[in-house]
Design a protein around this ligand. Structure first.
Ligand code: SF4
Ligand code: SF4
Length: 252
C-alpha cells in the first residue's frame, strides 16, 4: 500500500531487497529462488493449483501474452514515481500544483492508485488469477501479471542458472513440457541439447523429476556441468580437442 509517510526502516529494507538481495538470489539460483522458495502467491499457486499444472497455456501466443507483466511493471513504476514526487517534494513545487486532465497532479496520481488497486490487485491478482487455478493452472498471475516477476525477468537475463539436458537420452516424450506450469517448451530445449534459460522458470523441478529418462538436471554455466555444451568436460566427452587441454576425448 502506498503511503505519503512510509517508515524509513521499511523503505530501506524494501530498496535493499528489491535492488540487492533479489538480484543476487536470481543471479546465483535463478528466478525460482524467489518465486518458489519465498513468495506467498507462489506458495498458494503451488498448493492449490498444482494438480492442474498440465492445463497451463502453451504455444507462441501464450508466450507473447507474458509481456503483459512488463506493462504492469511500467504502471507501478510510473505510479510509485508519481506518488513520491507529489508527496515528498516541497509544498508549492511544480509536482504538487500542476494539473493533468483537469485534475491536480496529486489527485490524478491518487485516482491512478485506486484504479491500480481495483483492476490489478483485486481484479487480476486476487480474483481472476485464483479463479482460473482450476482451468489454466496455478501460475497465471505469476506468468502474466506479477510486476515483481517482470522485474526479475530483467535480472534473470544475467543469471547463470540453467536446466541442462543429457540430449542422447531424450526420447521426446514431451512429459517435461506438459508438466511445466510456466508454459515452457522444455522438450524443445532438451531434444536439441540446449541449456534451458527461459526467464519464466520458477524452479519447481516438476520437469526434472517427471522425466522418465533422467535427462534433466539443474546447474550453472561456467561450472563444468557435464551436459553444458560450453563446458570443457562436455566437449572432451564428445571427442573434441579443447584448446589448453592435454586430455582428449578418447582418453575419458
Ligand atoms: S521428459 Fe525427459 S525424455 Fe521426455 S522429452 Fe522431456 S527430457 Fe526428453
Ligand atoms: S517445470 Fe521445469 S522449466 Fe517449468 S517452471 Fe518447473 S523447473 Fe522450470
Amino acid at each position: 500500500m502506498l503511503t505519503g509517510e512510509p517508515s524509513a526502516f521499511w523503505l530501506v529494507v524494501s530498496v535493499i531487497q528489491t535492488f540487492v538481495l533479489i538480484p543476487g538470489l536470481v543471479y546465483f539460483f535463478g528466478k525460482g529462488a524467489y518465486c518458489g522458495w519465498i513468495c506467498s502467491c507462489g506458495a498458494l499457486a503451488e498448493t492449490l493449483g498444482d494438480d492442474y499444472r498440465t492445463l497451463a497455456p502453451h504455444g507462441e501466443r501464450a508466450k507473447r501474452w507474458e509481456h503483459l507483466g512488463q506493462g504492469v511493471l511500467l504502471v507501478i513504476f510510473v505510479l510509485t514515481l508519481g506518488w513520491g514526487l507529489t508527496h515528498w517534494t516541497p509544498a508549492g513545487s511544480w509536482f504538487r500544483t500542476a494539473t493533468f486532465g483537469g485534475l491536480s497532479l496529486p489527485v490524478a496520481v491518487e485516482h491512478l492508485r485506486h484504479w491500480y488497486e481495483l483492476v490489478i490487485d483485486v481484479g487480476f491478482a486476487g480474483t481472476i488469477s485464483l479463479g482460473v487455478y482450476f482451468f489454466y493452472s496455478g501460475r497465471i498471475w505469476c506468468r502474466y501479471g506479477c510486476p515483481l516477476a517482470a522485474l526479475m525477468h530483467i535480472y534473470a537475463r544475467f543469471t547463470r542458472y540453467r536446466i541442462f539436458a543429457d540430449k542422447p537420452k531424450c526420447i521426446s516424450c514431451n512429459i517435461c513440457t506438459r508438466v511445466c506450469h510456466m508454459g515452457i517448451d522444455v522438450m524443445g530445449y532438451a531434444s536439441q541439447g540446449r541449456p534451458m534459460d527461459d526467464v519464466e522458470c520458477v524452479r519447481c523441478a516438476a520437469c526434472v523429476t517427471s522425466c522418465p529418462m533422467d535427462v534433466l538436471s539443474f546447474g550453472m554455466t561456467g561450472k563444468e556441468h557435464p551436459h553444458d555444451p560450453a563446458s570443457r568436460l562436455y566437449q572432451l566427452r564428445r571427442g573434441a580437442s579443447v584448446p589448453g587441454s592435454a586430455v582428449t576425448g578418447s582418453q575419458l
